[in-house]
Design a protein around this ligand. Structure first.
Ligand code: ATP
Ligand code: MG
Length: 481
């Protein structure tokens, strides 16, 4: 566990940590006769000595007054329904700060999000509709005054996530809150206060109503934590995982073989923690073995052991389904699915340069490789035997670099035939098409260098030309970038 700050900052110290542009924004509201309090994650993070992700300001000024004060160039009505105006500060580059009118709890008719917004007069009322005590602290940077009606500072000191008010009632109002609790527990490496934690299994029906997009955003933030397993374990224990990615539960108690200390689920969590990459790569790690339980077969020749033949394909299909359900962007989904599908590669020293090239192509070029290597490194470290990941992929990495640098040296002019040959074979006159055909031929040669002979290339020309004339767009990039 990382230690919290031993001495928490005083209000005066806090004031000196506020960036000048954020302070100026608050001063401007104050000068116009309004109130201005920093609230939410920005205050929480500064009290913890962590860099804040963003700053939010709560004010008694209504959105129209905020818009008038900052002008339409620098104040954008991003969430008028929620009383929010995004003000761009005069920092370089301009920093967006959400300025929200003091709000009460709207009527949560369906547990999804407030169906209406009511403005309230006081900061205290605004703070009382916030989710957790640590997120319900206000700080007026002009007066240097902290407002903390629910002892959020005490909970920060105790490293506890605690609902403001009755946890079951608060979770019933908005089913995203249980997910925010586990996500923030993972990010901050906090515990969830027992009554708040106990409220999660009681409110899963409300979580089920939350939109896939909001769930996805929480999941991604959780996967960005140092150890996402903290949140994933909590999700499993509280039932949230069964709502969000129930397929992963199949790995609990799913034993593997003597090379693995953990069941599939335990192994997966260890790999996620050890995979270095963005949340999309971490999601690929989370799902890399999702097909294992369904593909598991007892081994005839080894009692008590199992094979997982083709689990990567079973897993890729499941991963595709899961990513669609979570409404990932297409490019992110494709990355995740490619990681799952391609993770079972085993380099052998007898791989030829052609095998290397085909492998690189199959996994989607250098971007796909980076994801796969991050996953494999995570896998090796996650096995927990202290092995060096380089032992497993170092040689393959070096071979790929060698082949790529040799290929980069290869140009169209290195081909065994030239543009005049192409024109002669096709009976056509000069034009841009000739260059494109030569590029395509080079592509073939990169795949299979033995093709780079006059006769063999000449024989390929009509085929390549026909492919190109059928194509509507330009040919694909020659080499994975
Ligand atoms: P992050 O570090 O991810 O920005 P955050 O706590 O600041 O975490 P935001 O989504 O930026 O989260 O929300 C800002 C503040 O708004 C929160 O700190 C909390 O006070 C309040 N809030 C956000 N979402 C909810 C919610 N679903 N229910 C109640 N209050 C919420
Ligand atoms: Mg925030």
């Amino acid at each position: 566990m990382t230690a919290g700050p031993s001495v928490e900052p005083s209000a005066e110290q806090l004031r000196t940590r506020i960036p000048a542009d954020v302070l100026a924004l608050c001063q401007r509201l104050r000068a116009a006769g309004h109130r201005a309090h920093l609230v939410g994650g920005g205050v929480r993070d500064m009290l913890l000595g962590r860099p804040p992700a963003d700053f939010d300001v709560a004010t008694d000024a209504v959105p129209d007054a905020v818009l008038a004060l900052f002008g339409h160039t620098f104040a954008i009505p991003t969430g008028l329904k929620h009383g929010t105006v995004t003000v761009l500060t005069d920092a370089e580059p301009r920093r967006p700060v959400e300025v929200t009118t003091f709000r009460g709890e709207g009527d949560y008719l369906d547990g999804r999000r407030p169906s209406s917004v009511s403005y309230v007069q006081s900061l205290d009322e605004d703070l009382s509709r916030r989710d957790f005590t640590m997120n319900a602290i206000g700080f007026d940077p002009v007066d240097g005054r902290i407002t903390d009606p629910f002892d959020g500072q005490g909970d920060l000191r105790r490293r506890l996530i605690r609902a403001v008010g009755d946890p079951v009632a608060r979770f019933r109002e908005d089913g995203l809150r249980p997910l925010r609790a586990v996500r923030q527990a993972a990010q901050l490496e906090f515990e969830i206060d027992p009554p708040t934690r106990r409220a999660i299994p009681q409110t899963l029906d409300v979580v089920r109503k939350v939109s896939a997009e909001r769930i996805r955003d929480e999941l991604f933030k959780m996967l960005g934590a140092r150890q996402p397993s903290r949140g994933l374990r909590l999700m499993q224990e509280t039932g949230l995982l069964g709502v969000v990615i129930p397929e992963l539960l199949e790995g609990i108690g799913c034993a593997q073989n003597r090379f693995h200390k953990h069941d599939v689920f335990g192994h997966t969590l260890a790999v996620v923690d050890e995979t270095r990459g963005d949340p999309v790569a971490r999601l690929g790690a989370l799902l890399h073995d999702v097909g294992k339980p369904r593909a598991r077969q007892p081994k005839d020749d080894a009692p008590g052991e199992f094979s997982f033949f083709k689990h990567e394909y079973v897993g890729a299909d499941l991963a595709d389904e899961i990513c669609r359900r979570l409404k990932l962007a297409n490019a992110d989904r494709e990355r995740v699915v490619a990681m799952v599908k391609n993770h079972m590669f085993f380099y052998m020293p007898d791989w030829t340069d052609g095998t290397i090239r085909r492998f690189v192509r199959r996994v989607g070029g250098s971007a796909g490789l980076a994801d796969l290597f991050a996953l494999r490194e995570g896998d090796v470290r996650g096995r927990g035997f202290g092995e060096d990941p380089d032992g497993e992929i170092g040689e393959l990495r070096r071979r790929i670099a060698e082949v790529a640098s040799a290929d980069a040296a290869l140009r169209v002019t290195d081909l065994a035939i030239d543009g005049r040959d192409v024109m002669r074979i096709l009976g056509v006159s000069p034009g841009p098409r000739i260059g494109v055909i030569l590029e395509r031929l080079l592509d073939c040669v990169l795949d299979d260098p033995s093709l780079n002979e006059r006769e063999r290339l000449a024989a390929l020309v009509p085929e390549v030309a026909a492919q190109f004339s059928e194509r509507t767009g330009p040919p694909p990039a020659r080499r994975p970038s």
